[in-house]
Write a protein of this length. Structure first.
Length: 585
């Protein structure tokens, strides 16, 4: 018996181990091998996740198309070398005639992808490794270790549409029933010769009930959840604007309560009753003066107080002592800090290129950009001259196509036949020639040495997050590249539009560090963010920039650890810095 008991125990243990082994292999979420050929480890995947969220997520998701294609299983569609070339300089890859690069460019409305020449091969490898690991995780659907979602949840539109239609039909049916009941009641009143339902009386008492319930609910909500209306501001000027808000809320709240009580009470008191005749009271000059003068005085006081506060904010004597440039584009933010000289170098949108995304005034980069633009003009002219041949090729490829492929091909044919393609190419050629003229003029005119000074050589460009020292007045200078964005920082109570061609700026002083705010809110993962508050395209939902408010000591450590973005382009001249220079034809 002991032998059989031991045998059963061994069998059970063996079965348990086999089952555990099978479950472990079936639900494994770990990436075993990478297309990059590099060792797979958690640290690399975590670093890749951070880079993916900061560099890629504004335009891409894993499973769905956004501005660009879905990236899940990209390692199965492209080679590692191709991905390296595409991420670092997709424009050069496209100009080399690579069919895949051209196809992606054509499919996504000829929107050029931002090049990341600053990324090292190991960093790109970590991004690819994260994408590979996310694919394995999704396939395994493990209940254990998972990768956090990096994209918005896809909504089942068919289900929501059905629910919306059902609600719409129910509302229509309910309205129809109410109308029928009212008509029946009116008909009975006519036949019976007397009023069965006294609607005036019912409406009058309903109004009093609505007043009591509505006002009570409003006060209850305010006193119970009032602290959730706005969180405590994290900037000095935020406290001032919040104070103005609460004063305005108090004054208008008093007026609201008084006028609403009077409105509902008069509706109740002067309801229709037998033997009651309405008193005709068309005009009273004294009342007109009172209810016009009092609001005018109060509103004028509020406006003057607001203007005084705004003037203190905008005319701060410490303005421009600590400048950071924020560059907004679809769909992200890039920041530029001054280097050791404390001065931001000049910039102009004419100088924007794949390796100078902010258009910073670096003389060697401007000189290098001219032949690149001239080559682009040559390529565009060739493309313009080749349109007739391309039209014939597209028509020849129409045979056998169906569905979306047929529509896509036909739309390209229509663009050529109606002249849209030729018009767009001609416009691009004209713009590039003007850009070349402006850059050449900027390099040769009398202000060239002043504009292309050395101030930009030690500037620091960051993409992932910006750091700010606490209790220091900060001036954020905004520039936009494409469409209008809106820079919004909720906890600092600041918001301003970012308009292409029109520099804007805001001034504020952060007074609560990120760590202090985490303790206040009891949220260890809390972070400040700069977000876009104006719908600017398909990737708008993820257009944000992390803000870290440090102690002065921590900030100094961080800024010293950041390399100068143009350290390899140091000019010998030491010219005087100027704030701006506008290029003209």
């Amino acid at each position: 018996m002991k032998f059989f008991t031991k045998g059963k125990a061994i069998i059970k243990l063996t079965l348990f181990l086999l089952l555990f082994s099978w479950l472990n292999s079936a639900f494994s979420t770990e990436l075993k091998e990478s297309i990059t050929g590099k060792p797979v480890d958690d640290a690399t995947i975590t670093a890749g996740k951070q880079l993916f969220e900061s560099k890629c997520m504004s335009c891409h998701s894993l499973n769905n198309k956004l501005v660009g294609p879905a990236l899940k299983d990209v390692q199965k569609r492209r080679s590692y070398d191709w991905l390296l070339n595409w991420i670092k300089d997709n424009e050069s890859l496209r100009k080399s005639g690579d069919k895949d690069a051209i196809a992606i460019f054509e499919e996504y409305n000829k929107l050029p992808m931002q090049s990341f020449k600053d990324l090292k091969d190991d960093e790109i490898a970590s991004i690819i490794m994260f994408i590979e690991n996310a694919g394995v995780t999704n396939a395994a659907a493990t209940p254990g270790k998972t990768t956090e979602s990096t994209e918005p949840v896809k909504v089942d539109k068919s289900t929501s549409n059905k629910i919306n239609w059902l609600i719409f039909i129910l509302v229509i049916v309910l309205l129809a029933i109410i109308i029928l009941l009212i008509n029946i009641t009116d008909r009975v009143n006519e036949l019976g010769g007397k009023e069965i339902v006294r609607w005036d009386r019912i409406n009058a008492f309903l109004l009093i009930a609505i007043l009591i319930l509505g006002m009570g609910a409003a006060f209850w909500e305010f006193f119970v959840h009032g602290k959730l209306i706005m969180s405590e501001p994290a900037s000095e000027y935020g406290r001032k604007t919040d104070r103005m808000f609460y004063i305005t809320l108090l004054l208008t709240g008093i007026v609201f309560v008084i006028t609403e009580i009077l409105l509902f009470w008069f509706a109740f008191k002067y309801r229709k009753r037998k033997g009651t005749k309405a008193y005709y009271y068309p005009h009273n000059n004294k009342l007109e003066v009172i209810w016009t003068l009092i609001p005018a005085v109060v509103l004028t006081s509020l406006v003057i107080s607001g203007l005084v506060t705004w003037r203190k904010i905008t005319n701060n004597p410490e303005r421009d002592k600590f400048n950071i440039e924020i560059f907004g584009y679809q769909f992200g933010w890039t920041a530029r800090y001054p280097g050791n000289d404390g001065k931001l170098g000049n910039s102009n949108w004419n100088l924007i290129s794949n390796d100078n995304l902010l258009g910073v005034a670096i003389k060697s980069k401007a000189t290098q950009l001219i032949p690149e633009l001239e080559n682009e003009v040559t390529d565009l002219e060739k493309e313009l001259n080749a349109l007739p041949n391309k039209l014939e090729e597209l028509k020849a490829e129409m045979g056998g196509l169906t569905g979306e492929d047929l529509k896509l091909k036909q739309s390209k044919i229509d663009e050529i036949e109606c002249g849209v393609a030729a018009s767009e190419l001609s416009k691009k050629i004209k713009n590039r020639k003007i850009q070349i003229q402006r850059i050449k003029k900027s390099l040769t005119n009398k202000n060239a040495d002043e504009f292309y000074n050395t101030a930009a050589n030690d500037d620091i460009i960051v993409n992932n997050e910006i750091h700010l020292p606490v209790n220091k007045t900060i001036t954020l200078k905004f520039r936009g590249r494409d469409v209008i964005h809106s820079a919004y920082m909720y906890y600092f109570r600041t918001q301003i539009n970012v308009v292409p061609g029109l520099p804007t700026e805001i001034v504020f002083k952060p007074i609560v560090t990120t760590n202090e705010q985490r303790k206040k809110l009891n949220k260890p993962d809390f972070d400040y963010y700069l977000i876009c508050a104006k719908i600017c395209g398909t990737g708008h939902f993820n257009m944000k920039l992390k803000i870290v408010v440090d102690t002065e000591e921590d900030y100094n450590k961080w800024i010293k650890s950041q390399p100068a973005s143009f350290a390899d382009i140091i000019q010998n001249s030491n010219n005087k810095n100027i704030n701006s220079l506008t290029f003209t034809n």
